[in-house]
Design a protein around this ligand. Sequence first.
Ligand code: ATP
Ligand code: MG
Ligand code: FE
Length: 341
Amino acid sequence: KLVLGIESSCDETAVALVTDDRRIIAQRIASQDKEHAPYGGVVPEIAARAHAERLAPMIEAVLDDAKLTLDDVDAIAATAGPGLIGGVMVGLVSAKALAMASDKPLLAINHLEGHALSPRLADAELAFPYLLLLVSGGHCQILSVEGVGQYRRLATTIDDALGEAFDKTAKILGLGYPGGPAVEKLAREGDAAAVPLPRPLKGSGEPHFSFAGLKSAVLRAVESGDHKPADIAASFQQAAVDCLIDRLEKAIAGSPAMPSLVVAGGVAANMTIRSALEALAQKHTMRFVAPPLALCTDNAAMIAWAGCERLPLNESAPLDFKARPRWPLDPDAEAARGAGV
Ligand code: ATP
Ligand code: MG
Ligand code: FE
């Protein structure tokens, strides 16, 4: 089976063709970094317009690359949320048009499910259940991934996502946008023990995260003028690693043993974080699985793959499926949080 995937929830326009036996037949990805860089972050209107301009030619190009037509495709999968609503609508409407024109099923994919299942695209051995750290621009969660569509959230951030903290740190250090890769690069030249920074929520009873205080501490460290930027970057990254490991230790201690520790999302591209997680997995005799870097940040292969994973469920989305700017993977956990639990 072959699925065409479309991703447009943030600032990458992406299209991919993926088979259910884990082959990425073709894919294209256009980043909007240049458009948003002058503003130091993603501007929703600019993003939506760029997606609208690029998507249709990209779909054609990907089919051309593969020397295939829509007739060869078994389903059309598109990110239907969560994300910037304008961009999501551009992708979803295109997918609906393709589905209608070709009479193929439409699969409305949760972007977070795309991230959550992406490790299984690259690793055929990765079976359910697994313990997942999902770290991206908008999310920082620990999930028990028990099957397709079966996600139990064990922890989330009470303020900022980790990718957001990387981006803000980059901004404070004047490294530009997007920040994660720039902070990682600068950190290589710095001393991770040079700047005392907090480890928010370290040791606390629930495995939740908090990064707002860390970001403020970075701002104070920069303003003090006492530290080299590289030392601040390295110390920030180390603080982030320490928080992740401490909170994951808590989650591992509090849940039934799981065979694999898995990381996904844009921040999973960070090599320091990957090696710390690998060491943690080893310590708990868990297998460590991290997708290749290109599958960590936003891409359409993970959306097409989530579509492949959902094909056997035989549930296509109606053609009037509404884009969902908010769409939790674990609605129960979200409801509990809304009720103040
Ligand atoms: P979400 O998936 O939560 O909706 P998003 O789609 O915007 O958010 P991703 O594309 O998954 O997020 O990830 C982007 C984030 O990952 C950015 O915050 C970016 O700074 C961060 N990031 C990317 N590469 C690295 C890296 N090497 N080190 C740290 N952070 C990184
Ligand atoms: Mg991006
Ligand atoms: Fe993402």
